[in-house]
Design a protein around this ligand. Structure first.
Ligand code: FES
Length: 103
């Protein structure tokens, strides 16, 4: 938990097979986990390692073509894939450790 800035996000690599990349977003004591694969074209949404973009309203914005995802459900509300959803993983935080399961 300490490695995720409040209001920010990090990307973690989940060993495979298949190898997966998951975006962990922290909002206070809550952590959200999404597959870091945009439903528009399947590309990673971050602009640089652990650097994700957010709208002024706090929505997650894909750096590739600007799809905008509402939190916490990950539904695209603006951009090229309106109505599509990010793959969401359930998260538990226990003693400062973040555990994300299968969606
Ligand atoms: S790949 Fe994300 S908006 Fe196109």
């Amino acid at each position: 938990m300490d490695q995720i800035a409040d209001g920010g996000a990090v990307e973690v690599r989940v060993p495979g097979p298949p190898v997966r990349f998951v975006a962990l977003l922290r909002r206070g004591d809550q952590v959200l986990a999404f597959a870091n694969a945009c439903p528009h074209a399947g590309r990673p949404m971050n602009v640089a390692p652990d650097k994700f973009l957010f709208s002024p309203e706090g929505e997650l914005v894909c750096a590739v073509h600007g799809a905008t995802f509402r939190l916490p459900d990950g539904e695209c509300v603006a951009g090229p894939c309106v109505g599509a959803r990010l793959e969401v993983f359930p998260v538990e935080v226990e003693d400062g450790q973040v555990f994300a399961g299968q969606g």
